[in-house]
Design a protein around this ligand. Sequence first.
Ligand code: ZN
Length: 341
Amino acid sequence: MKAIVFYEQGEIDKLVYQDHPDPEINFAEILVKVGACAVNRLDLNARAYRPEIQVFPHILGSDIAGEVVGIGSEVDTVAIGDRVVLSPNIPCKQCRDCLNGDENLCDHQQLLGFQTHGGYAELVKAPAQNAIGISEQLSYPNAAALPIAYLTAWHMLVTRAAIKSDDDILILAAGSGVGSAGLQIAKLHGAKVFAASSTDEKLDYAKKIGADFVINYRETDFAEAVLELTDGRGVDVVFEHVGAATWDQSIASLAKNGRLVTCGATTGNIGEINIRKMYQKQITLLGSALGTITELRTIVSLADQGKMSPIIDSILPLVNAQESHQIMEKRENFGKICLIP
Ligand SMILES: [Zn+2]
């Protein structure tokens, strides 16, 4: 098969398009002909430096949709010809967290395309239990856009922050994959959305997909803007994934009883908090890591019914994987970038 591989970590030019042996499946696995694979920031980090990448050449790609073209001898939940999207997390299914239904907390979990070969290829293998069926109505790029970004945003807002229709929600980096997913999910739940981003072009797009207020945080202190727009009250939920660079302003944007939920720290891991203000305002800090396959099934079903349509920035041929990383590195995308073999 053709695949994008890299033999050592480094810059974008390490990605090469070449022949690679087809994956061989075991009794419990399926072989999927990749219809589309979405690009994530994790791919860029894995290509550049993440120590989890141990075996070379490596094939990236965690967000995969396609057609089942092979099944293991004991697989009876999926059939050849099925259209599927793959849940990216491969948990151990045995530890305390897995048994509690928190497979996203499993210490032994592997992520497709990270600890295993992924979907920057014509074919990929995965455990059959990771396959979620999709209808003809849901295109492969739209399905591939869902797993990491939408699952992460869903787990943050719906499961962790328990958003309600009367919540005011501040979405940071609203143009990113997870940010645009968060915006859509917040609107789907009837909340009022304050979208923050670095360019007016992205903010115009955020408005188009439902943001009630937009804030350019290159030009203004977004906490001040939030307080002004809420008559000094602040927002009920801050959707964080930027980290150190925005932490202080994120905390300052919270209303009394506010919740800050975060899934990332792209700009740095360490942030301070004024403990007294925290307890006086009854602030809740919530960590959030990916999500579960049960949640992903709900998301896929909403997309299948047309109730949520993923934001796709661009669809590129697999051979242009370098370009996809370039767009993401420069943060030029609004929503997901998908690769098509
Ligand atoms: Zn486990």
